[in-house]
Design a protein around this ligand. Structure first.
Ligand code: SF4
Length: 372
């Protein structure tokens, strides 16, 4: 039995696994890498060579960094690791989407998804090995809480998928929308974001949150911030609290108030994700409520027709395409920017809300408590 079913109290930040014998160099932004390696290298340009080997060339063993002298390679191998998580399984969808099941050093399992589109690709990565927030439409929430991932474990998902597929960063987008609530693991997320933003533009990194207000306040003060997406999913507090218990703690007024305090960059808009549930939140009146709620916030709405799953309440149904289109049209008429997310990877349970902790008994929530 692994300990993935319990939430660890130890916060591990700044690099690799809590259980690894050697310190992992993954999860260290460039400046921090410089500090950590300073006592080990005589010339500072060696740190740049190591940094580029890790992030540009995807090198996993110091022996392969042939630009370094042999003695230094041996020394680094003795003290540090560049290990990636084990890929336990890969499921490829008919549409090319690929779901990865990773095992971490302590046995915790997490999932990440690679979504290719033309010459671009989006990697959806996890921030926790489970989730305590129990959103009713989400399979991860059904399985319950898991420990926070370190910054190294978050970045390693990107590196591991890049190692299997195309290694470069051309056309690469990263979204923190996998398992877990990123803003319950803010310090590791901040470090992971810092590393990714050393590689790609902030426009190509998105953090999606269920609306943890203290986390949003912290994020507002980050030096470098990704784009923001909010899991909204209902146009009023009564329904949102039923669907997302976190709304009882941070209701819509508090959430929208915190978002208004975040300094947005030129032309930046906050994305609001809205899962459409048949005859529950998908009527014309709901479109009007949603439009009014988001007025005066630079925003766009991304509609996601519900992805059903056998573990979820059967009352949660996907609306017919005609209702989805009618909702989109009404929002657009009112002047809200709106798109409909194309369903990807649902045949291998890789679509939005379907990531899980395989082989683990449900903890924290019994099925009977998880009904809608
Ligand atoms: S939708 Fe996100 S925040 Fe909600 S239970 Fe799932 S993983 Fe957690």
């Amino acid at each position: 039995m692994t300990n993935v079913g319990t939430r660890e109290t130890t916060k591990v930040v700044d690099g690799g696994s809590p259980l690894a014998g050697k310190m992992s160099l993954l999860g260290l932004p460039r400046a921090r890498l410089q500090q950590v390696l300073a006592p080990h290298v005589e010339r500072s340009f060696r740190v740049d060579q190591i940094y580029r080997a890790i992030y540009d060339r995807g090198i996993r063993r110091f022996d392969d960094v042939t630009t370094l002298p042999l003695a230094l390679r041996r020394h680094l191998s003795a003290h540090f690791s560049l290990e990636l998580p084990d890929v336990v399984k890969r499921h490829r969808s008919a549409d090319g989407t690929e779901k990865y099941l990773f095992r971490l050093a302590d046995g915790a399992t997490i999932e990440a998804v690679d979504i290719p589109e033309g010459d671009r690709r989006t990697l959806c990565v996890s921030s926790q090995a489970g989730c305590a927030l129990a959103c009713r439409f989400c399979v991860t929430g059904y399985w319950g809480a898991g420990r926070d991932l370190t910054a190294g474990e978050i970045v390693a998902q990107v590196l591991a998928i890049r190692a299997v597929e195309r290694p470069g960063t051309h056309g690469l987008n990263v979204v923190f929308m996998g398992m877990g609530e990123p803003l319950l693991n803010t310090e590791n997320l901040r470090l992971a974001t810092q590393i990714l933003l050393e590689q790609i533009s902030w426009r190509r990194v998105t953090l999606s949150t269920a609306g943890v207000v203290p986390g949003l306040r912290e994020l507002a003060a980050w030096e470098q911030r990704p784009r923001l997406a909010i899991s909204l999913h209902a146009p009023d507090d009564e329904r949102r609290s039923r669907l997302m218990p976190i709304n009882k703690k941070y209701p819509l007024a508090a959430l929208l108030g915190a978002l208004r305090q975040i300094p947005l960059r030129s032309k930046e808009r906050i994305t609001f994700e809205y899962i459409l549930i048949d005859r529950w939140n998908d009527g014309p009146d709901d479109a009007e409520l949603l439009h009014r709620l988001l007025q005066n916030l630079p925003s766009k709405v991304n509609l996601i027709p519900l992805n059903p799953d056998p573990v979820l309440d059967p009352k949660l149904r996907r609306p017919p395409d005609a209702r989805v289109e009618a909702f989109r049209k009404r929002l657009a008429e009112l002047g809200t920017r709106v798109t409909v997310r194309r369903q990807r990877g649902d045949d291998v349970s890789a679509a939005c809300g379907q990531l899980r902790v395989p082989g683990r008994d449900p903890r924290g929530f019994r099925r009977s408590n998880f009904s809608f």
